[in-house]
Design a protein around this ligand. Structure first.
Ligand code: FAD
Length: 404
């Protein structure tokens, strides 16, 4: 078994930021693995802008290169084409790469394995099994990494930010977007972006509409849709893209027996991003599928402090569960200690125009926070200004959402 100080699994924004910060803090032998042939994670195939900062806007591939260079420049070893397969011990992993299998042991492990979109089969969409069915990730890799032909007429399922990115990719590939389809009553992106797609690019948006069947033998020939009022229609197309509906890539966490949060389905973590296993941390989309790259990178940088404490032999604090009540779907982190300072991200199933978040523990009020809006599939944020009021020996902390 080869030993390193910190083993990071996943070289996306979260893992690379964690490695860069740890190496810059003087930790020797920080190693980041990625199963892809190139490090950088999802931004590698997001050919659009929207990454970097206001002052330094970058495309996805530029941002990926920037993060890889920063991690390597700080002294971390970034190894692409290496997959972590399973656990070989509490802090050791079986891996395989071009040089064959290897067991790597570490004093701390950071899981940064990202998230994936649920494919058509997982969404239980009936019909035939023709070619031409993609998720956004598959579509972007086909178009931007491999220059493949994707068809001529595409239907995009979903109307959130990632769905509009998928529609842009369809157009970049020279195909036409026949329609975007969402079962919600309105798009879940910035109004300007939705308006631009509808008016300037002429993409119809079918709201309150569900895909009920895929049609075609060999190649897709159409999708059957049903409006909430019961009307049905067939949209002729040769390509369909299932967007959004992300789930954390939690296979290693699950195989390792780490506690998973029932809401996010990623590993349960406290505000220092420590999982249920001492010495194993998790960051980025594996915790909350999917937030912005800036959030993932911020968590990567944040986890470094807790990893450094672990390497110095510090004891971890006791955390209590943090639970999100309906209409909230989940909250991350989902364990809390009085020392936690990382802001929380949440998701809701209901649209509220004057939303308020309430935080309580054993019937005791800890915090109340007004939000500007709460929309399904969009980020809802909660500050960590209240955590010092948490009783570490008390019951679960609950977060509820109401309309003012
Ligand atoms: C289509 C799309 C468009 C987006 N557009 C934007 C945008 O414009 N702006 C923005 O800020 N954010 C955007 N995002 C979100 C952003 O890309 C993510 O928040 C960010 O990539 C998350 O970083 P991460 O490191 O957690 O995960 P990822 O980027 O997913 O990286 C995880 C890495 O882990 C690797 N991995 C997984 N399992 C293993 C294993 N067992 N062994 C080895 N390696 C493994 C994967 O290969 C992958 O490279 C977009 C996301 C998508 C899907």
């Amino acid at each position: 078994m080869r030993e390193v100080a910190v083993l990071v699994v996943g070289a996306g924004p979260a893992g690379l930021a964690a490695a860069a910060r740890l190496a810059a803090a003087g930790v020797r032998r920080v190693e980041v693995l990625d199963r892809e042939q190139q490090a950088g994670g999802v931004p590698r195939h997001c050919a659009h802008g929207g990454y970097g900062t206001w002052l330094h806007p970058l495309t996805g591939p530029e941002y990926a290169r920037f993060l890889v260079t920063a991690a390597q420049g700080a002294g971390a070893a970034v190894r692409a084409g290496v997959t972590a397969l399973d656990w070989a011990g509490p802090l050791a992993l079986h891996t395989v790469g071009a040089l064959g299998p290897e067991v790597i042991g570490a004093r701390a492990v950071v899981l940064a394995t990202g998230a994936r979109e649920r494919p058509r089969a997982a969404r239980l969409v009936p019909g035939t099994r023709p070619a031409g069915v993609y998720t956004t990730g598959e579509l972007q890799q086909a178009v931007h990494l491999y220059g493949q032909h994707i068809g001529k007429r595409a239907v995009v399922i979903g109307a959130e930010d990632v769905s509009y990115a998928a529609a842009d990719t369809v157009r970049a590939a020279g195909a036409m977007v026949v329609a975007m389809v969402t079962d919600l009553p309105r798009p879940q992106t910035a109004p300007a972006r939705a308006l631009n797609a509808r008016l300037r690019q002429g993409v119809p948006l079918l709201t309150g509409t569900t895909v009920t069947e895929l049609l075609g033998h060999g190649r897709l020939s159409g999708v059957r849709v049903r409006h909430h009022d019961g009307r049905t229609a067939v949209l002729p197309c040769d390509t369909v893209v299932f967007t959004g509906d992300f789930v954390p890539d939690h296979e290693l966490a699950r195989r390792g027996g780490l506690i998973l949060d029932a809401g996010t389905r990623g590993p349960a973590v406290d505000g220092s991003l420590h999982t249920s296993r001492p010495g194993v941390f998790a960051v980025g989309s594996v915790l909350h599928a999917v937030e912005s790259a800036a959030t993932a990178a911020r968590e990567g940088a944040h986890v470094a402090d807790a990893v450094l404490e672990r390497l110095a032999g510090a004891e971890r604090s006791q955390a209590v569960p943090l639970m999100a009540d309906p209409p909230l779907r989940w909250i991350a982190p989902n364990r809390v200690t009085p020392a936690d300072r990382l802001p929380y991200v949440l998701r809701t199933t209901a649209s509220l125009s004057r939303p308020v978040l309430h935080v309580t523990q054993d019937g005791r009020y800890l915090h109340r926070e007004r939000l500007r809006a709460a929309v399904p599939n969009r980020t809802v944020k909660l500050t960590a200004r209240w955590t010092h009021r948490v009783d570490p020996k008390g019951g679960p902390v609950r977060v509820t959402l109401t309309d003012r």
